[in-house]
Design a protein around this ligand. Structure first.
Ligand SMILES: Nc1ncnc2c1ncn2[C@@H]1O[C@H](COP(=O)(O)OP(=O)(O)O)[C@@H](O)[C@H]1O
Ligand SMILES: [Mg+2]
Length: 231
C-alpha cells in the first residue's frame, strides 16, 4: 500500500478580509487499504483529498505519497494517484465511452494495441462493453460514474481518491459503485456522506472546521461524526 504522509498542513483560500482557513495543522500518516473521510459540508474534506494528488498545494506543510512530494514531484504523484470527482461530467472528456477510457492511457507511452487491449478489458470489467461507441453524455448517472471510475482505474493508480462518488446516484447505482470499490486491490481514500459505504473500512477520519477531530475504526468514527452532527 502507498504510504501517505501529511505533515503540518494548513491551507487557506482568499485574501484579506475574505481569507478563510480551511485546513489547520493536519498531521497524518496513512497506510491502511481503506480510509474514509467524513464531516460536515465545508469542513475541508475535498480540500484535504485534493492535497493527495497535488490538485491543492498546501500553504504550509508537506504532503508525500511514497516519498514523492505532491508539489515538487506533482507529475509522478498524479501518475500514481487516481482521482474521481463527485460529478462524473466534470471528468468525462471524450465523446464516446471507449475513447474516454483510452484517453488516460495515451500519454503513458503504450502502443496502440496495448491501449486497445486495456480499454477493452476496462469496458468489460465495468459493465460497459456494450457501450464502447455510445456517446458518453447519454449514459445514465450510474453508468457515467462507472465510466469515470473505469477511466481512472485503467491507468492502474496505486491509490484511488474518491470524493463523494455516490452522491448523485440512486440506491442501485450507489450499491454498484460500493461493490466495485470493495473489490479494488488499490488503496482507497473515500469521502462520503453515505456512511454505509464505510462498513469494514480500516480507518475513518472525521473533519470539523479544517481539523481531524476523530481518527479511528469505522464504527467509532461514524459514532463520533453522528454525535458532532447532533450537537
Ligand atoms: N477553490 C476555492 N476557492 C475558495 N474557497 C474554497 C475553494 N475550495 C473550497 N473553498 C472553501 O473552503 C471550505 C472547505 O471546502 P471543502 O474542502 O470543499 O469542504 P467539504 O468538501 O468538506 O465540503 C468551504 O468554505 C469552501 O467554500
Ligand atoms: Mg467536498
Amino acid at each position: 500500500m502507498p504510504d501517505i504522509h501529511v505533515s503540518a498542513v494548513s491551507h487557506s483560500f482568499g485574501d484579506g478580509a475574505a481569507r478563510r482557513t480551511v485546513l489547520r495543522e493536519v498531521d497524518l500518516h496513512l497506510t491502511e487499504p481503506r480510509i474514509g473521510v467524513v464531516g460536515a459540508n465545508g469542513s475541508g474534506k475535498s480540500t484535504f483529498v485534493r492535497l493527495l494528488n497535488g490538485l491543492v498545494r498546501p500553504d504550509s506543510g508537506t504532503v508525500t505519497v511514497d516519498g514523492l512530494d505532491t508539489v515538487r514531484d506533482g507529475r509522478e504523484v498524479r501518475r500514481r494517484v487516481g482521482f474521481c470527482f463527485t460529478d462524473p461530467d466534470a471528468q468525462i472528456v471524450m465523446p464516446t465511452v471507449g475513447e474516454d477510457i483510452a484517453f488516460g492511457l495515451r500519454r503513458r507511452g503504450l502502443s496502440r494495441a496495448e491501449i486497445a487491449e486495456r480499454t477493452e478489458g476496462a469496458l468489460t470489467a465495468y459493465g460497459l462493453a456494450d457501450h464502447a461507441d455510445h456517446p458518453a453524455h447519454l449514459l445514465s448517472g450510474g453508468q457515467k460514474q462507472l465510466l469515470a471510475l473505469a477511466s481512472v482505474l485503467v491507468t492502474e493508480p496505486d491509490l484511488l481518491v474518491l470524493d463523494e462518488p455516490t452522491t448523485l446516484l440512486d440506491l442501485r447505482n450507489a450499491d454498484m459503485v460500493r461493490r466495485l470499490v470493495d473489490r479494488l486491490p488499490q488503496q482507497v481514500v473515500l469521502v462520503t456522506h453515505h456512511l454505509d459505504l464505510l462498513r469494514g473500512f480500516d480507518r475513518v477520519l472525521v473533519f470539523d472546521h479544517g481539523r481531524v477531530v476523530h481518527d479511528g475504526g469505522a464504527d467509532d468514527a461514524v459514532g463520533a461524526y453522528r454525535e458532532l452532527a447532533t450537537r
